[in-house]
Design a protein around this ligand. Structure first.
Ligand SMILES: Cc1cc2nc3c(=O)[nH]c(=O)nc-3n(C[C@H](O)[C@H](O)[C@H](O)COP(=O)(O)OP(=O)(O)OC[C@H]3O[C@@H](n4cnc5c(N)ncnc54)[C@H](O)[C@@H]3O)c2cc1C
Length: 414
């Protein structure tokens, strides 16, 4: 039986960074990965392009992290965005900074991010055994003494749980870490899908399937009270809504739906124009094109797939000439442009969630080491911790920074 200084559960970005850092400090490190291949999720990030990290400063960065971004201050001060970029560049990956402070590989290939990280850990002599699912932690007097995987016992005094969350389970992230930690006494905060599309009632979304709206404002209504809003891009799907601003707002929607509340979304299709300015624009267009059919003038105002939906919803006669449109009808058109409403019926499942909210409570993890406050020699890294962020490269940075810190401290403390 080989003894390892540190055994890491999971070869995602958090586990790999932990392993590399611990090995840099001279630790004998083993990663056990239950899939046949490392970093399955990393390879599909950013629609296959991998939004590696974000250029925001620490102070701003943590405002994009929930529920307690401040927990990450120490980890970020030790290993942050510039450090992961430098590491990737050292191992042959060129990166490009895009809009919104987002870093991507210049060749847009997420697997190349994984390749660079693997090159680093391999060079440092980290051992990776794939096809090993960790089933149990072994403790004695609240200290780690080993673990069991595929029925086999491994001795070690340090274990890092880097098993990820529960989203996209086909990549290997099936929530095992929560159960491993729970069985040694850790509190698991309620785990829910986050950054997830939502389903809407009726046929409206289906009719608009594929329509991508840019520069719109979506507002969330919970029991008819405003609960949040976001400006940017969204998309209609065959079941409902998705796209960046919907994913961001899904945090509120999922919680409220799970609490049994009524959730609605209203979309302001013309956020740059207030009611008065929009009315002036409609009056001008209707006057200028008085002899044209109403359906044709709608092309000036809306994407073509929305026109039949609007006409139907408002019960307008599409063949009516513009000069026949009454002020009441114009008001209705204006109102719908500013308040295009859909009722949200469900959220999609973990299968389609970019990230998992909830997890191992940060109250029981030391922010300066990532070590458990309950079990000596047990560390946590990555999405398994109750931390999640908006889209923009923030989530991967949480994985690298907490991973690096867990590797650093587990290898430093003898
Ligand atoms: C479609 C999609 C796109 C995304 N795009 C981005 C993006 O562009 N930018 C960004 O910042 N974030 C993105 N994310 C989020 C990001 O991928 C995650 O935050 C990140 O992968 C978490 O890293 P992790 O190492 O904690 O967990 P994971 O990457 O989930 O890795 C955990 C590993 O542990 C293994 N494991 C689990 N249980 C066991 C066990 N019992 N024994 C052994 N091994 C086990 C799993 O097989 C897995 O390989 C995206 C997520 C998805 C689903």
């Amino acid at each position: 039986m080989i003894n390892y200084d540190i055994i890491i559960i999971g070869a995602g970005p958090a586990g790999l960074l932990a392993a590399g850092r611990a090995a840099e400090l001279g630790g004998k490190v083993l990663i056990l990965e239950k899939m046949r291949q490392e970093g399955r999720k990393l390879m599909i990030t950013g629609k296959g392009r991998c939004n590696i990290t974000n250029s925001a400063e620490i102070g701003e960065f943590i405002t994009h992290v929930f529920p307690k971004g401040k927990f990450l201050r120490n980890a970020f001060s030790q290993f942050f965005s510039a450090d992961i970029i430098a590491l990737l560049e050292q191992y042959g990956l060129d990166v490009t900074l895009e809009r919104g402070g987002r870093y991507f590989p210049t060749n847009n290939k997420a697997p190349d991010v994984l390749k660079a990280i693997l090159k680093w850990v391999n060079e440092l002599g980290v051992e990776i055994q794939t096809g090993y699912q960790v089933e149990k932690l072994i403790t004695e007097d609240s200290c780690i003494i080993g673990l069991q995987a595929n029925g086999k016992v491994f001795n070690t005094s340090k274990v890092i749980i880097a098993t990820g969350g529960k989203s996209y389970p086909a990549t290997g992230s099936t929530g095992d870490g929560y159960e491993l930690a729970r069985r040694v006494g850790h509190k698991i905060n309620k785990v829910i899908p986050a950054l997830v599309p939502v389903e809407t009632e009726g046929q409206t979304a289906k009719k608009l399937q594929g329509l991508n709206l840019k520069n719109v404002r979506a507002t969330i209504w919970v029991n008819d009270k405003k609960a949040g809003d976001a400006f940017g891009e969204m998309i209609f799907t065959h079941f409902g809504l998705s796209g960046p601003i919907i994913l961001t707002l899904s945090r509120i929607m999922v919680t409220e739906l799970q609490n049994g509340n009524n959730v609605g979304v209203s979309i302001d299709l013309k956020p740059a124009l207030d009611e008065q300015k929009l009315d002036n624009r409609l009056i001008r267009d209707l006057n200028e094109h008085g002899k044209k059919r109403l359906v044709n003038i709608f092309r000036l105002w809306l994407p073509s797939s929305m026109i039949p939906v609007f006409i139907e919803e408002l019960g307008l006669d599409p063949d009516k000439e513009c000069h026949q449109v009454s002020s009441k009808e114009r008001k209705q058109i204006r109102h719908l442009m500013k308040n295009f409403k859909l009722k949200v019926s469900h959220h999609r499942s973990f299968k389609e969630a970019i990230i998992t909210a909830g997890g191992i409570s940060t109250d029981e993890i030391r922010p300066k080491t990532m070590e458990s406050k309950l079990i000596k020699g047990l560390y946590f890294a990555g999405e398994v911790i109750d931390l999640d962020a908006e889209t923009g490269g923030y989530n991967l940075q949480i994985a690298y920074s907490t991973g690096w810190m867990a590797g650093n401290s587990s290898a430093s403390i003898k």
